[in-house]
Design a binder for this molecule. Structure first.
Ligand SMILES: [Zn+2]
Length: 479
């Protein structure tokens, strides 16, 4: 890259945009991973895409990045207030499997979703169940400092003993105490206290449980992120810690309390949070059952990268309303960019007369400014659209253009966007066309059994057929 970028990010901790400067040569980035008791919904995936773009932007700016993520396969309870059942254990009982099977299955599903969305795999991925000793040792450190207490169901963190508790969320802890609802757990000293270690229930064998200095049980959800981030990245102070905004008041607040009390050092220099994806007026949530998965998008004939591109129309800190139609309209823009590139690749001219160099450097300037300004991807996309328009009109007029340089520019930004701008249009094979026509005829004759049979055959060849008001559409099934 010609000029080094000066990245500025919005830091939730200070509520300001700040110039990003890592402590060492390598950026230590930690992102909270999925709780693998069900499929990820596309709201969850929005957060992972924001984090992927963040990592790519850091690399784009010339940094080396070390990215670590946990996988929560134990200890995440159904209520954020550390009450209720373990989500994995509950799902295991529902599906009549073990919690281990549930974790393995949904972790794999998450990996596949991430791959389909061009999300780079983190350099280090650690399952909570693979970091039990690290979590126990962190709890012991807190215990030695007198910050913990035991109740009948576990070991808890006394949040009143940590100065600055709630600073990330700017919680008014005192106010919260006065107005707190009646806590389900009456043994807790403060409403904000949370479990570090939970005891296995007596008379019930859990699939996942371990011996500890306090008794048999399992770690709390928050402690895993503190233990895993610091051990995986070999540091007490992370450069950037990210997650969804829903993590600010409880999960990240508790991570800070644990980590800073244990090490005496700031836990993360920069906290970055992605906003929600909403369905009309409701937040998409697995617990509320109103969730759309990547599979639901594919069933609508949409490509996972159409969704990725749709997200880029809105800044990561702004709430985004989802609808299938909104993704479809975003796709029109993506197709326009791909078609421009395709046209450019096949454009013949007599020489490389660089008449468009000024508009190219303008695009580059706008794009770099957009990336520097708290990852303003919508602005970057707008600059690329403007450039595509200029190129198309130049090609319409059969002017000479700096073709190689223009293609290189798209290549460069596609490393950051990762929406396969250079993807070729996929032609529908003749045999599939043939089957689709036969199916149409069967439908006209109201022979629906035959039509369904043909649909299955098309499906077996890796294609999806969908009837829309504009007619029948055929799409390739994403693997
Ligand atoms: Zn976390």
């Amino acid at each position: 890259m010609s000029t080094p970028l000066k990245l500025r990010f919005f830091n939730t901790l200070t509520r300001r945009k700040e110039l990003f400067l890592p402590v060492g040569k390598t950026v230590k980035l930690y992102t909270c991973g999925p709780t693998v008791y069900n499929y990820a919904h596309i709201g969850n995936l929005r957060t992972y895409i924001f984090e992927d773009v963040l990592r790519r932007a850091l690399e784009f700016a010339g940094y080396r990045v070390r990215h670590a993520m946990n996988i929560t396969d134990v200890g995440h309870l159904t209520s954020d207030a550390d009450e209720g059942e373990d989500k994995l254990q509950r799902q295991a009982e529902r599906e009549r499997k073990t919690a281990w099977d549930i974790a393995a299955f949904y972790a794999r599903a998450f990996e596949q979703d991430a791959k389909a969305l061009n999300i780079l795999p983190p350099h280090i991925v650690v399952r909570a169940t693979d970091a039990i000793p690290e979590q126990i040792s962190l709890i012991q450190k807190l215990e030695k400092k007198g910050l913990t207490y035991r109740t009948s169901d576990g070991v808890y963190y006394d949040t009143s003993r940590f100065k600055g508790y709630g600073k990330l969320a700017r919680l008014n802890v005192r106010g919260q105490k006065a107005g707190a609802r009646v806590e389900e757990n009456r043994e807790k000293r403060n409403p904000t206290d949370f479990a570090l270690w939970k005891f296995s229930p007596t008379g019930k064998k859990r699939d996942m449980e371990w011996e500890s200095p306090w008794g048999r049980g399992f770690p709390g959800w928050h402690v895993e992120c503190s233990a895993i981030s610091m051990s995986a990245l070999k540091t007490s102070t992370l450069d950037i810690h990210t997650g969804g905004i829903d993590h600010i008041p409880v999960h990240h607040t508790n991570e800070i309390a644990q980590s800073e009390a244990a090490t005496g050092k700031p836990f993360a220099r920069m906290w970055m949070h992605g906003a929600f994806l909403v369905l009309r007026d409701a937040k998409m949530a697995k617990s509320a059952g109103n969730f759309v998965t990547l599979e639901s998008l594919k069933a609508e004939g949409l490509d996972p990268l159409d969704y990725r591109f749709f997200l880029f129309q809105t800044h990561y800190r702004q709430t985004l309303t989802f609808s299938f139609d909104a993704v479809r309209s975003a796709r029109v823009g993506l197709v326009k960019l791909r078609e421009t590139i395709h046209r450019l690749e096949h454009y013949t001219q007599h020489g490389e007369n660089a008449t468009l160099e000024r508009s190219m450097s303008k695009v580059q300037g706008q794009a770099h400014q957009a990336i520097e300004d708290d990852l303003n991807i919508p602005k970057l996309i707008a600059a690329l659209f403007a450039f595509a328009t200029i190129l198309n009109s130049a090609m319409d007029q059969e002017r000479n253009i700096p073709r190689a340089a223009a293609l290189a520019l798209f290549h460069e930004y596609d490393k950051l966007l990762a929406v396969d701008l250079f993807r070729k249009k996929i032609a529908i094979p003749a045999e599939i066309q043939e089957l689709a026509e036969q199916r149409q005829n069967a439908r006209k004759k109201r022979n629906f059994a035959e039509a369904d049979h043909l649909r299955n055959e098309i499906h077996a060849h890796g294609w999806l057929v969908k009837d829309t008001p504009e007619g029948t559409k055929i799409h390739r099934k994403e693997s």
